[in-house]
Design a protein around this ligand. Structure first.
Ligand code: SF4
Length: 910
């Protein structure tokens, strides 16, 4: 044996660097050594000493007692993990712990699921020998927070919560204060959970071995109830959740430690924001609008009404007068069905999804450069990179679990570059923060290329062997006027040079980007330049590198994969290609799928207003609140003859529907979500659909059948079988073989999956360099004189998109409103104080919003969210969009501000 050590005098092989605890657990038994301060997702700490073992240098020789959790195995050592002496020691340690712990186990919330209780039993404690002395049992509970609770009389000072806050979330809210007997856990500056900077991720609660830190759902109280593993419905990280239920009701959610996507972590949305699912405001019956008022209808009535209207419009105006917007919130199988319904039953390619308003430029730009519009690497690669560049993304708010992992890497010292107009949280830890003016990403990336080429830092080998178009690209870059670009971006050219050199000099550099890249008129061009950046430095096809879009909605990757877009069907095949067009028709058993591209979402709105589009079916998207230029969207909705909205709640869009269908939440149905690293994961039904609602896939199937198309009832397994026959990269995806951690596409017919793309060659053969000149946004060119500020939209950690779900959970008690972020200089210039209402006016309209004065912003730049319908920020955003992918330009909106005189939220006449 290469590495030999002995456990109770029997030889075993240990792994290089392995701790004694892991060695014993792996080779002999998980149970042999009890632990208290150790946890699966934390670094070894060696504080409680419960894991002590005896170690000798020879068989039955003199021993030394060490904490096994952090002591590496020595070659040829003799380990005695359960000697009488260590058993006595462990028992004594636990007895001492119990002298300062309430012994009211029977009434404790974690009775039966308490690690201290388990360890006490395992070391054989029946009673505590020590007399009662001074203790901390009088400590007061902290019930200040909507989710987090603490009862520090039960604290055993194991530091697990402190370490979870530091090592997992990187928030440093929890700490140990005092010395000796006075040592105690504090939050922030000895505040309550609510007053501290706690981000409510729940990592501390899950880590705590007792109920000293817990939550209002008493997540750890649940030991024997039914548990279902599923995937979070909010962002594209795709965290795995373990949901506890009892009698058909959801009690709480924890995060499985072995989940590859989130490794035992979640943010507050995944772990705690689930109570929307049975909220009293859930839609519970189909509604048909008659004489301007909604009336409850049976499912049959609603279906008949929809089918007769769709048939009427189809026969009088043709199939292209009908369109569908599918949902990036619903599973792949439902998206597939929705696009199939629109294409094979209605007979049009007028199908799109919210990828249009977020990452359509990513898909298009990466397809043009690499041949595939998806993340090239896996999140796990963060452990193998030595440089991270984050462009136009705020992951600690919008993709919190990945954001926390990136933050950990920043803090550990990898070279880190943040390109963002705001001083986002990651910027505070970054080596370089390039705080550019919104709308100048192209100019900034061009500056980076200029320095990389001028310093001779290109990876010429990679360029020569793997790419094409470099010579033209280089020629254009070398002509750039760097001083002009410095003025355009507002970023010191020397700082850009340093950052560019740091990126190019690193062994493996990983790129992440978000909507701060895509939601611009030059969004697709920026993505193509990001691809150039990876190619010019050879950062593709290797571990710890790549181009990795942070997908916004949980299944936006899947919705596009499934064909919920007007130019490509399921599996990204071009609908205008005669062979592909024929393939879809043959597969669907019809002859109606057209060979011309359908409407993109903004085109649907224009067509509705011009009366070319007469019917629209929207699943799970509140376009009135979230799409730009609200008044125009409302006008489009109100111009339609039929607007079907499939929803959980009466959203701003549903209010304007002619028929509302109550769909089901992710907790009530099955299917798969595909996360931002192409991981197809099982969404499993946790509870039955709320009475009166139906799974969205079944609703579509019901209508397909009523319109004469024979589609079997919805099951995830059945749908995946169908999808695997038409989507090439799903060829080997089978419901029963997805396992707990899913599979990353492409999944080959033999079931093997793919952690990294473009290893040997790109999907398109050679990677393609493209060069683009920076161009000022049309919005700024046209309006900057009268509207001198730029407002750029963002997201907050606590809320999700239109907020329909998160506003119906405890999150609303943590973050109650949208605010306007404004630099102190601008605030003082305009006579605005923190908390004042500000009237923000753009050429489209005006909104009133409360000011939050902060140095996070650059002077002249404002920022806000659109989570709350009370504000309706999109009244002021514009129709400008990416010239290639039609993604709206939410990030550059010209506006002027003044202290508000009153409420100006006026929706224009439709
Ligand atoms: Fe859900 Fe994203 Fe939070 Fe994970 S990080 S729990 S996927 S919202």
């Amino acid at each position: 044996m290469k590495n030999t050590a002995y456990i109770n005098n029997k030889a075993y092989e240990y792994q290089d660097g392995e701790t004694i605890l892991n060695f014993v657990k792996r080779t002999v038994s998980e149970e042999l050594i009890p632990t208290l301060c150790d946890a699966p997702n934390l670094e070894a700490f060696g504080s409680c000493r419960v894991c002590s073992v005896e170690v000798a240098l020879e068989e039955n020789g003199a021993t030394k007692t060490v904490a096994s959790c952090h002591t590496p195995v020595m070659p040829n050592s003799y380990i005695y993990p359960d000697s009488e002496s260590v058993q006595d020691l462990r028992k004594n340690i636990i007895e001492l712990v119990l002298t300062d712990h309430p012994l009211d186990c029977l009434t404790c919330e974690v009775n039966g699921n308490c690690e201290l209780q388990d360890v006490a039993a395992s070391v054989g404690i029946r009673e505590v020998r020590y007399p009662e002395g001074e203790n901390h049992l009088h400590r007061v509970k902290d019930l200040s927070h909507p989710y987090m609770t603490s009862d520090l009389s039960k604290c055993i000072n194991c530091y697990r919560c402190v370490r979870a806050c530091d090592e997992v979330q990187g928030e440093f809210v929890l700490n140990m204060a005092g010395r000796g007997f006075d040592s105690h856990i504090i939050k922030g500056n000895n505040e309550s959970f609510m007053d501290s900077d706690c981000v409510s991720c729940g990592a501390c609660s899950q880590a705590c071995p007792t109920s000293a830190i817990s939550d209002v759902f008493q997540s750890k109280a649940i030991k024997t109830e039914e548990k279902t593993r599923t995937v979070c419905t909010y962002c594209g990280v795709g965290c795995n959740l373990e949901v506890s239920t009892k009698n058909g009701k959801i009690l709480s959610i924890q995060a499985p430690y072995e989940a590859e996507a989130n490794q035992g972590h979640t943010c507050l949305k995944g772990r705690y924001a689930f109570k929307f699912y049975d909220h009293p405001e859930r839609l519970r019956s189909p509604l048909i609008k008659r004489n301007g008022k909604f009336e409850e209808a049976s499912w049959d009535e609603a279906y008949e009404h929809i089918v007769s209207e769709l048939n009427r419009i189809k026969s009088t105006s043709g199939p292209d007068a009908i369109a569908g917007i599918s949902s990036a919130r619903t599973p792949n199988e439902e998206n597939y069905l929705m696009q199939k319904f629109i294409r094979a039953v209605i007979g049009t390619n007028n199908i799109d999804c919210c990828a249009r308003v977020c990452h359509s430029p990513t898909a298009l730009g990466m397809q043009r450069a690499f041949g595939t519009g998806a993340a090239t690497n896996s999140i796990e690669d963060l452990d193998h990179t030595d440089c991270i560049i984050v462009i136009g993304a705020n992951p600690t708010d919008a993709h919190p679990v990945t954001g926390a992992r990136i933050k950990q890497q920043f803090m550990k010292g990898v070279t880190s570059i943040v390109v963002d107009p705001r001083k986002i949280e990651l910027a505070k830890y970054a080596t370089y923060h390039l705080q550019l003016r919104p709308g100048t990403n192209v100019a900034l990336l061009n500056m980076m290329f200029y320095y990389i080429i001028n310093e001779g830092l290109e990876d010429q080998n990679f360029i020569d062997n793997r790419t094409e178009g470099y010579d033209d690209f280089k020629e254009s870059v070398l002509k750039l006027d760097i001083d002009e670009l410095e003025k355009v971006t507002g970023v010191d050219k020397n700082l850009v040079r340093e950052a560019a050199m740091a990126y190019a000099n690193s062994k493996a550099a990983m790129e992440f980007h978000g909507l701060g890249v895509t939601e611009h008129t030059q969004g697709t061009f920026t993505v193509q330049l990001i691809a150039d950046l990876a190619m010019i430095t050879g950062n593709i096809g290797k571990k710890g590198a790549g181009v990795n879009p942070l997908r916004g909605q949980n299944n936006v990757q899947g919705a596009a994969d499934m064909g919920a877009q007007p130019h490509q069907g399921a599996g990204y095949m071009d609908v205008t290609d005669p062979a592909m067009h024929q393939k879809y028709n043959t597969f669907y058993g019809v002859d109606v799928v057209p060979d011309h591209i359908g409407y993109k979402i903004p085109e649907m709105f224009d067509a509705a207003i011009s009366k070319d589009l007469k019917a629209l079916w929207i699943i799970g998207e509140d376009v009135v609140q979230t799409d730009p230029n609200t008044n125009k969207v409302i006008k489009a909705m109100e111009s339609l003859e039929l607007l079907v909205v499939q929803e959980l709640f009466m959203t701003e869009t549903a209010m304007r529907a002619t028929v509302v269908l109550p769909g089901s939440s992710f907790l009530e149905k099955e299917g798969t979500f595909t996360n931002g690293e192409r991981r197809i994961q099982k969404v499993q039904k946790v509870v039955e659909p709320i009475e009166g609602t139906k799974p969205d896939g079944q609703i579509i199937v019901d209508v397909m059948n009523r319109m004469g198309y024979d589609q079997p009832d919805y099951t995830a397994k059945g749908m995946l079988e169908e999808i695997s026959q038409i989507v090439p990269f799903f060829a080997g995806v089978k419901w029963d073989e997805l396992g707990d951690n899913g599979k990353q596409w492409p999944v080959l017919p033999d079931g093997s999956d793919t952690q990294m793309l473009h290893i040997e060659e790109f999907k398109r053969g050679k990677g393609k360099f493209h060069y683009f000149d920076w161009k000022e946004s049309h919005e700024v060119e046209t309006y900057s004189e009268d509207f001198p500020y730029i407002i750029t939209t963002n997201r907050e950690l606590e809320h999700y998109n239109c907020g329909a779900m998160t506003r119906r959970t405890g999150n609303v008690d943590i973050l109650t409103e949208d605010v306007l972020l404004i630099h102190p200089d601008d605030a003082s210039k305009e006579g605005i104080a923190d908390g004042d209402f500000v009237c923000v006016e753009s050429p489209r309209g005006k909104v009133d919003i409360k000011a939050a004065v902060t140095n996070e912003m650059k002077p002249g730049i404002l920022s806000s969210t659109f989570h709350f319908p009370e504000i309706m920020l999109n009244i002021i955003t514009s129709d400008e969009h990416c010239s290639e992918a039609m993604c709206p330009e939410y990030k550059v909106v010209s506006c002027k501000i003044r202290k508000s005189k009153g409420k100006h939220k006026v929706l224009a006449e439709a």
